[in-house]
Design a protein around this ligand. Structure first.
Ligand SMILES: Nc1nc2c(c(=O)[nH]1)N[C@H]1C(S)=C(S)[C@@H](COP(=O)(O)OP(=O)(O)OC[C@H]3O[C@@H](n4cnc5c(=O)[nH]c(N)nc54)[C@H](O)[C@@H]3O)O[C@H]1N2
Ligand SMILES: Nc1nc2c(c(=O)[nH]1)N[C@H]1C(S)=C(S)[C@@H](COP(=O)(O)OP(=O)(O)OC[C@H]3O[C@@H](n4cnc5c(=O)[nH]c(N)nc54)[C@H](O)[C@@H]3O)O[C@H]1N2
Ligand code: SF4
Ligand SMILES: [Mo]
Length: 704
């Protein structure tokens, strides 16, 4: 028997687990392992994660699409040669930016770093971005703008254990990070759990036990709600004047905006009663020590996501929370390596160490590590949605490598994305299963899974963790580190290695002096179990569990209060439309490539039901379990209805884990936040109608 200590393959909580093998070919046994984030707990996805290692539909050879549309297994040598020939052809015909890469934040730090380096150094293309753009981009942009730095939680998760008041905006941790719920225990008991969600989600339900608060705001109105809370803080003199004086700038520009958002006016927009707004503001101000404000995708995945996250930070600053010993603002990093993925150069505008690709000093620092002239580094490329929009059109990317994303399911306007992939001269997808996106590839490359590889990831609190090999990969699969190194060699570029420890050493060197500085972190220190939160650099070897205690990261050490205003334009609800919001089920992960293949998870949640209020359903003649169509300007999605009073009557909810006719992203538009480029996944105006059973006349289904 061998036991390996590692972490779950899925979300950003990165629960610690052990994998025990009782022999070659035997299934691995999963057990929770003690660790501050999960304290031995795992959710259903973690418990069943090892089932995916031995599935018979695992990809085990490169697949090349044949003229008749079928796929034939080929050798790795042929796969590399073909891919390189296509790269050369596309770059010759269309220039360097004719080739691009779409990455993912499930990749280890080493893979993310090497892939970013490959694009900039071997392809010399600007065109790289990743699915973290769909996820963390708004809160990241807001953190950078307000604090001068973005780390999801700027404090250890376990600090929350002592909190008496926690406001969660648009986060459903009870389903998305179940072991995290234990960190809410004290706030729940103290009546200080405040959840803002248009649904009475499993997390909102946690407010029931000790008179916590659930604010059921209209989707997309969180910015107004936050302005209203901040209004009360100023009007009722609850602000921390000394903190504002010493640690912030910008109040003068913010004040006139806040003055306009008194609670009764906010109620008319958000649907949240004015008295509850006042009560919540007073609760947040009661004792700043022990108070936290946290945001999730529900408030961030909007066309005004950056401004909404900023409004949450403004509120926290007025109360004096950020940079306290036992208080703060934070956001929940979603994917397993959502934090590290955005630090090591997969983002169109960034270089390793969370450096800016447009900054001359940052370019020079990274170019020196890579042994190239800074002038040879490309500039910023296109953010994810725009990158996908550029595929196969004049001036756009013609040859694309997707590595760690299932965009045909997870990107907005999914039908258009599928068509864009089909316009490419050559499309390569690396995955361990034949995802829906693989079906649009010319070449599919099979890669290792988490338990078959060594590496590091950075969890939602900026702590760097070790992923370890528990089992040999099937013959025929390769790590991305090997694939990248082989491709670089064939492109005649040196300086790439597939040894994860060596890549880690290189990335820590490349991060030295950057915002996310890993330069004092070593593989050995991680293996010894040290808790190392970045920045961790010479002179600061113990790492930084809590950021901003003395100063914020702007040159003057102060945080910025930013004058954000509600968006203007068309109201979401007009002429019988409903607002569709989308999100997650406990059982499924993301685009579902993995969890839809786990039998117990698929049995528990075989399909994505449309949550709709009984009143909205009755108006449309929809009954429980009826098949319905949801239609927007972009397309139509099908689902069976699930009638529930847990959702606002003007709002419907669909999970996005399902494919084809059931892919929620067929109706979500590719509308993005102007600052962060994050798509508006959380508010789409739609009409809903019942699909008649085969024998019924179609005319009975008219309605909206
Ligand atoms: N089971 C499971 N867990 C996961 C994942 C998964 O796919 N499945 N993915 C991981 C990843 S990558 C991420 S990013 C996280 C995401 O974790 P969460 O942010 O918790 O997940 P979501 O379900 O996307 O959205 C959270 C809540 O926002 C609410 N919401 C929708 N619109 C609005 C709005 O306009 N305002 C407000 N205030 N709330 C709104 C939804 O009703 C939902 O309950 O989860 C991680 N964990
Ligand atoms: N409507 C709607 N859409 C959304 C969201 C929403 O709330 N609503 N949420 C968005 C968010 S927050 C996110 S994070 C995205 C995520 O969505 P996706 O980008 O689709 O993410 P995944 O499904 O995690 O991963 C995609 C593929 O990568 C593969 N994979 C996993 N690990 C590896 C690896 O190490 N290497 C390689 N090569 N492949 C790997 C998986 O098998 C899977 O097929 O979806 C976004 N889409
Ligand atoms: S909460 Fe996240 S990290 Fe923990 S077991 Fe579940 S999916 Fe894995
Ligand atoms: Mo995410």
């Amino acid at each position: 028997m061998t036991t390996t200590s590692t972490h779950c393959p899925y979300c950003g909580l990165q629960c610690a687990m052990t994998l025990t093998s009782s022999g070659v070919g035997e299934p691995l046994q999963v057990a929770g392992r003690d660790f501050p984030a999960n304290r031995g707990g795992l959710c259903r996805k973690g418990w069943t994660s090892a089932e995916l290692l031995q599935r018979s539909d695992r990809l085990t050879a490169p697949l090349l699409r044949q003229p008749d549309g079928t796929y034939a297994g080929i050798g790795w040598e042929e796969a590399y040669e073909r891919f390189v020939a296509e790269i050369r052809a596309a770059q010759q015909a269309y220039g360097r930016d004719g080739v691009g890469v779409f990455g993912g934040a499930s990749l280890t730090n080493e893979k993310a770093y090497l892939l970013g380096k490959f694009v900039r150094v071997a392809l010399r293309s600007a065109m790289v971005d990743y699915n973290g753009r769909f996820c963390m981009a708004a809160a990241a942009a807001a953190g950078n703008r307000s604090f001068g730095l973005d780390r999801g939680l700027p404090f250890p998760v376990s600090d929350l254990d002592d909190a008496h008041t926690i406001m969660l905006l648009g986060s459903n941790v009870a389903d998305t990070m179940p072991p995290f719920v234990q960190h809410l225990a004290r706030a729940r008991e103290s009546g200080g759990l405040i959840v803002v969600d248009p649904r009475r989600s499993a997390t909102a339900e946690l407010t029931a036990d000790a008179s916590g608060t659930h604010l059921q705001a209209v989707p997309g109105t969180d910015l107004v709600l936050l302005l209203g809370l901040a209004h009360v803080v100023l009007a009722d003199q609850l602000a921390d004047e000394a903190y504002l004086q010493d640690r912030t700038t910008g109040l003068d520009a913010l004040r006139p905006i806040l003055n306009q958002w008194w609670p009764e006016r906010v109620e008319s927009v958000t649907g949240v009663p004015a008295e509850r707004i006042r009560a919540v503001a007073h609760r947040l101000a009661r004792n700043p020590r022990g108070t936290y404000i946290l945001t999730g995708r529900g408030v961030e995945q909007h066309a005004d996501g950056t401004d909404t996250a900023t409004a949450a930070i403004n509120l926290a600053l007025l109360l004096g929370l950020p940079g306290g010993q036992a208080s703060g603002y934070g956001t929940f990093t979603g994917q397993g390596n959502g934090q590290g993925g955005r630090e090591h150069g997969l983002k169109a505008d960034q270089l390793p160490g969370y450096r800016a690709i447009a900054d001359p000093a940052d370019r020079a620092a990274v170019a020196a590590v890579w042994g190239i002239d800074p002038n040879d580094l490309p500039g910023p490329g296109l953010p994810a949605v725009q990158l996908l929009g550029s595929l196969g059109v004049p001036g756009g990317v013609r040859c694309l490598w997707i590595n760690g994303a299932n965009v045909v399911v997870s990107a907005p306007d999914a039908t258009a994305v599928a068509a864009a992939l089909d316009r490419l001269d050559f499309c390569v997808v690396s995955d361990f299963f034949f995802s829906e996106t693989c079906a649009h590839a010319d070449l599919v490359l099979p890669v290792t899974q988490w338990a078959e590889e060594e590496g590091t990831l950075t969890n939602l609190e900026g702590r760097v963790l070790r992923r370890r090999t528990a089992i040999e990969p099937p013959a025929g699969v390769r790590s991305e580190l090997t694939i990248i190194t082989e491709l670089a060699a064939r492109l005649g570029v040196r300086g790439f290695t597939d040894d994860p420890a060596a890549v880690f050493r290189e990335l820590t060197a490349a991060s030295a002096g950057g915002r996310a500085d890993y330069s004092a972190i070593t593989w050995e220190r991680l293996d010894a179990g040290e808790a190392l939160h970045w920045p961790c650099s010479p002179g600061r070897e113990e790492g930084t569990p809590r950021l901003f205690l003395d100063r914020f990261a702007h040159p003057d050490g102060r945080a910025r209060l930013i004058p954000v205003r509600p968006r203007t334009g068309e109201p979401l609800l007009a002429g019988g439309t409903l607002v569709l919001t989308t999100g997650r089920l406990l059982e499924h992960y993301q685009s579902g490539t993995q969890t839809r293949r786990v039998d117990s998870l698929s049995a528990a949640a075989p399909e994505g039901r449309l949550q709709i209020h009984p009143a909205a359903a009755a108006q449309r003649g929809i009954g429980e379990a009826d098949e319905v169509e949801v239609e927007s300007a972009r397309g139509v999605v099908r689902a069976r209805a699930s009638l529930t009073t847990a959702i606002r009557p003007d709002t419907i909810f669909l999970p996005f884990h399902f494919a084809a006719d059931h892919a929620a992203n067929r109706v979500v538009a590719a509308r993005t936040d102007p600052i962060a480029g994050i798509p508006e996944f959380k508010a789409t105006p739609v009409t809903v109608r019942r699909v008649p059973a085969a024998a019924e006349p179609a005319t009975t289904t008219e309605g909206s």
